[in-house]
Design a protein around this ligand. Structure first.
Ligand code: SF4
Length: 310
């Protein structure tokens, strides 16, 4: 019987969940990779997809991360103002990352900028990154976890277009990034696009777009149409799995948008790789929880915290 405090319990659940997402991909990603494997026709693409699935099998069997780059940890929290641990959430998430780093283990990916040393614990100044959405009058807390790998972060870019460049300008911007950097990000990719006013609003939306399930669409019909057109356009580049050529380059294109200043179009693109390690867990105020992304996650209440080097 565990006698953890609520803070320790939530920390431990998040740590175990983060570790689990390093080893097993989300259900929707696995389903999409299976679908693309079936749809591809060349022997090389089949071999690459088979290798990905073999990799997944071994990761689970051996309890090791499915990709050596377990990324910089990022969290997107949608936290109710009445959630009991709201004041402790950022510190608790940081502790969870350190714990998961040694328990899983995860690669050490947090280097202090300018001082150029690796903290060895996956935390540092401002990392893990925590993006906040505050939800008034709610006592639940949704946590999206994300491992931002180096290769899949590389195509990320944001700019502000002249208004006359229109949606054609948005399309050109996204396709230019895909043709120049898409290859580096281990396709098939999930492409997140943000459309807003300025670079930071568009950039945040492009990351938020990567949290959406594969196969979901923007609620605006025109935006949803653009998602499908961009998907067709990026597929036509022919990157294929791991950039070795094929009929399908993407798992999907997700666009998120807000209203914007009429004189500009802020646009950003962000990419998730085939190993798109995002998780979603929803806590109630009593810390009962539901995981929506991974059907197999089981929390081990009695697991001791990792031994963390001083
Ligand atoms: S792009 Fe993704 S799959 Fe490729 S090395 Fe980076 S994290 Fe791993």
């Amino acid at each position: 019987m565990s006698n953890k405090t609520p803070r320790e319990k939530m920390m431990s659940i998040i740590s175990q969940f983060v570790g689990y997402t390093a080893i097993r991909l989300p259900d929707d990603v696995i389903a999409k990779l299976s679908e693309l494997r079936e749809k591809e026709t060349s022997p090389m693409t089949k071999v690459i997809y088979d290798t990905m699935f073999r990799n997944q099998e071994l990761a689970q069997k051996l309890g090791r991360p499915s990709c050596q780059d377990t990324g910089c940890l990022q969290f997107w929290v949608k936290c109710g103002t009445h959630f009991p641990l709201i004041d402790e959430l950022e510190a608790l998430l940081k502790d969870a990352v350190v714990d998961a780093t040694f328990a899983t283990p995860l690669r050490h990916n947090s280097v202090e900028t300018f001082d150029e040393y690796n903290t060895g614990k996956n935390v540092g100044k401002g990392t893990p990154t925590v993006f906040w959405d505050i939800v008034p009058n709610s006592d639940t807390c949704e946590v999206y976890t994300y491992m931002a790998g180096g290769g899949c972060s590389l195509p990320g870019n944001a700019t502000v277009l002249m208004p006359g460049e229109g949606y054609e300008g948005v399309t050109k911007f996204v396709l230019d990034r895909m043709t120049s950097y898409g290859l580096n990000a281990c396709p098939p990719l999930l492409v997140g696009v943000g459309v807003a006013t300025s670079v930071e609003t568009a950039a945040l939306l492009s990351k938020k777009a990567l949290m959406r399930p594969i196969g979901s669409h923007n609620e605006n019909e025109r935006a949803a149409k653009m998602e499908r057109l961009l998907e067709d356009g990026i597929n036509a580049i022919g990157l294929g799995p791991q950039g070795m050529g094929g009929n399908y380059s993407v798992m999907g294109v997700n666009i998120e948008n807000t209203a914007r200043h009429p004189s500009v179009i802020g646009v950003a693109v962000n990419v998730g790789c085939w190993s798109h390690r995002r998780g979603h867990i929803v806590f109630q105020k009593d810390l009962s929880f539901e995981v929506t992304t991974h059907s197999g996650f089981v929390y081990d209440e009695n697991k001791a915290p990792a031994i963390i080097p001083a």
